[in-house]
Design a protein around this ligand. Structure first.
Ligand SMILES: [Mg+2]
Length: 375
């Protein structure tokens, strides 16, 4: 039996550990034969995968860094009038990461002879960021745009939310869904190309963490009760603590509450997003890994005839942008109105521009299909 190396990283301690796993587990089982073993949960044994991680404590400085970073990425924060230096910086940022709408022709030219595969984040990409995360609905017109895209290109929603939750917002059976940052992946239950009943791909690399995640969820509910507006969401494979409705003055206090719960769980790690802290298993599985897994599942493991497009607005989407950069394949598109450090190639300002981009893609595909039929 061959062995494969899997890197486990621990953000808090900065440790990266390489563990050898047999090819009957995690990656080979999932990646080599995902479509021949559909519908089944692929679980990994923690004892096989996790060596004892030495985790350092989360320091006060770290909490301040989270809070500061959250303030900086807060979309509703009123920004001061930009100085000429800021204008210049944003100008050079736009030169480096131009609008995907302006670069549309370059993108379609790069797709010649290739299958476009579309990856879409949900919050802040297909839906606006709203105060109550339970009400982050997408518009009917956005739903139609995504539905049309899925008629022509395999399409996946990749979200930090739990898969069921994001499905309840999107409600399109023809898509792939990767919930909990890709730790919970399911294939389409309906397909335009294949009229046969599709067998869904199902992949859950962190199944063993479920009881621990539940425990942390309950502890966080209890601990954060005293902070008005704090909302704890159980995303099945990760727990989110939302800061959206919390007074900025209480952010440090809430972050401290999260830290005090998390210090009891060295096998879990914490990541920070837009007004949210998220707690997930320490296994190295993220939106980038989900993207790779889905490409392999679709039969594009080592192919040149694929052009993945990934649209997302958050730090967690950077893992996917990085994968595309490293593969030298496809394009990452960051949804942002402000200049920020990114591995994405292009940008779109807001969800309405994402919808414009999806419309143009469908229109272009319809036109080129018509052109072909005339030849
Ligand atoms: Mg997002």
């Amino acid at each position: 039996m061959t062995k494969q190396n899997v890197v486990l990283s621990d953000v808090k301690s900065g440790l990266a550990i390489t563990v050898a796993v047999s090819n009957s587990s995690l990656f080979s089982a999932a990646v080599q034969k995902p479509l021949t073993a559909p519908g089944g949960y692929i679980t990994i044994s923690r004892s096989k995968l996790l060596k004892k991680l030495e985790t350092g404590g989360v320091t006060e400085g770290r909490i301040n860094a989270w809070v500061e970073s959250m303030r900086a990425s807060s979309p509703t924060r009123i920004r001061p009038t930009p100085s000429s230096t800021q204008n210049r910086d944003e100008g050079s940022w736009m030169l480096k990461h131009p609008s995907a709408l302006n670069m549309f022709e370059e993108i379609t030219n790069a797709s010649k002879g290739k299958q476009i595969v579309m990856f879409l984040d949900y919050d802040g990409t297909l839906s606006p960021i709203v105060e109550d995360p339970d009400r982050a609905f997408m518009s009917e017109s956005m739903r139609r745009a995504v539905k049309d895209v899925a008629k022509y290109f395999p399409t996946a929603i990749v979200s930090g939310r739990c898969r069921d939750k994001v499905y309840s917002f999107v409600r399109l059976a023809e898509l792939y869904y990767a919930g909990s940052h890709g730790m919970d992946i399911k294939g389409p239950t309906k397909s335009y190309r294949n009229k046969k009943r599709n067998q869904p791909v199902l992949f859950q690399p962190a199944n063993e963490f479920l009881p621990m995640i539940d425990e942390v969820y309950k502890a966080l509910l209890e601990k954060t009760k005293s902070t008005p507006g704090a909302k704890v969401e159980n995303n099945r494979f990760c727990v989110s603590v939302h800061f959206r409705c919390v007074d900025e003055k209480s952010w440090t206090e809430l972050a401290e509450q999260v830290r005090s719960v998390l210090k009891e769980y060295p096998k879990l790690r914490l990541t920070q997003g837009r007004k949210v802290l998220e707690i997930r298993p320490t296994i190295k599985w993220d939106k980038g890994k989900a993207l790779e897994f889905l490409l392999e599942s679709l039969g594009f493991a080592n192919c040149n005839n694929v052009l993945p497009l990934y649209i997302g607005d958050d730090r967690t989407d950077e893992d996917a942008f990085k994968v595309l950069r490293n593969r030298g394949q496809g394009f990452g598109i960051l949804v942002s109105k402000v200049a920020k450090e990114t591995k994405a190639s292009y940008t779109l300002q807001e969800p309405s521009e994402v919808m414009d981009f999806l419309h143009r893609l469908v229109e272009w595909k319809r036109m080129s299909a018509r052109g072909h039929s005339r030849v």
